[in-house]
Design a protein around this ligand. Structure first.
Ligand SMILES: [Zn+2]
Length: 354
């Protein structure tokens, strides 16, 4: 019996981080959630341009496909290359052949060229937030598949949060937002509870005390890596999906990790929960149910079996009758070209960060 699945879904990605691997060490070793953002991610996103965004997304999408992941919900930020950034990511995903749901994460944390870690709720909407909202609006108006992105409430004024929620309503889509990832965003639940809708994508919710509306995107590896704590996704009243928060898109591996993290917290947990979180991603991309992914192991007949069989590789991916991956090799694009161009873009990026 061959083990096949539908196409897998990464429910929260940052394709712009594909070239972060090998980047120069941060100026100081981060010792808190905020200093991880300040010293790593907010320096990286400020160094992006449209060419780097494209090749980073192409590499991330190609690596996703080679892991049987045929659909990605992405959250993007590039404060000095906002306009057109979602088109660049869309083109890269289309070239590779994976479905995508994109958004630009708006924030008020930039004042001109300088960055602030927290933004007072009462402050006014910044120019950067206005430009980010315009990029979401432009992309969605042009027929792009996506949501309205918000970085997180602790870097946004109330005006920006409310305007983002309104824009999402106008487009009949949800808001894709990081919520209470670290203790610094502890007010997120109070600030968002009257804005959130069922179609919102709530990312992390590690430090969220109350239920708010929306699907939860759980990212176990990222939460461990940032030492922010365990989200306990099984307490969430609505759907849970699995994401990677930018650390690749090997979703079978993320499912195994979600299971053992769940088990560490609760000895009675079974891998059925993590498997259901993985499968829930299909609600965002019905087309993945028609994909056929074949794996290098032929008896994975239950979530228990998958959970205890590390190293299962994706052998082939067929989408709408077209073979996208055969014997582990992509057939519709030149992987060597993507790797070469991504390596050039990474050199430029890393020089800017040095
Ligand atoms: Zn994220």
């Amino acid at each position: 019996m061959t083990f096949t699945t539908n196409g897998l879904v990464c429910g929260h990605h940052h394709l712009y981080s594909s070239l972060a691997r090998g980047m120069p060490a941060p100026p100081q070793t981060p010792n808190s959630f905020i200093s991880v953002l300040e010293n790593v991610w907010w320096r990286l996103d400020a160094a992006l341009d449209l060419d780097i965004i494209y090749w980073s997304a192409a590499l991330g999408a190609a690596e996703a496909l080679l892991n049987g992941t045929t659909a990605i919900i992405d959250h993007h930020e590039s404060p000095f290359a906002i306009e057109g950034s979602l088109d660049a990511i869309q083109s890269a995903c289309d070239m590779v052949g994976v479905s995508s749901n994109l958004c630009y994460g708006v924030t008020d944390r930039w004042v001109g060229q300088s960055m602030q870690s927290h933004v007072a709720p009462s402050s006014k909407m910044s120019d950067e937030a206005r430009r980010g909202l315009a990029e979401n609006d432009r992309f969605l108006k042009a027929g792009g598949r996506g949501m309205v992105g918000v970085h997180a409430s602790f870097t946004c004024s109330d005006e920006t949060l409310e305007t983002a929620a309104d824009l999402a309503k106008q487009h009949n889509v949800g808001v894709h937002i990081h919520v209470a990832e670290g203790p610094d965003d502890i007010d997120a639940g109070i600030r968002l509870q009257n804005l959130a809708e069922d179609n919102w994508l709530i990312v992390h919710a590690v430090h969220l005390d109350q239920q708010i509306k929306g699907t939860l995107a759980h990212n176990p590896r990222s939460n461990m890596n940032n030492s922010v704590g365990y989200a306990r996704p099984s307490r969430w009243a609505h759907d849970v999906i699995l994401g990677t928060d930018g650390i690749g898109a090997d979703m079978l591996e993320e499912m195994r990790l979600a299971y053992v993290r769940h088990r560490e917290d609760d000895l009675t947990a079974s891998p059925d929960s993590a498997w259901s979180w993985l499968k829930n991603g299909e609600k965002f991309f019905p087309e993945v149910k028609r994909d056929v992914v074949t794996w290098s192991y032929d008896n994975a007949d239950s979530p228990w079996h998958v959970a205890f069989t590390p190293g299962i590789r994706c052998l082939s991916v067929v989408r709408d009758g077209t073979v996208l991956v055969e014997d582990g090799v992509p057939t519709q694009f030149d992987l060597n070209e993507i790797r070469t161009k991504a390596a050039e873009a990474a050199r430029t990026l890393h020089e800017r960060l040095a």
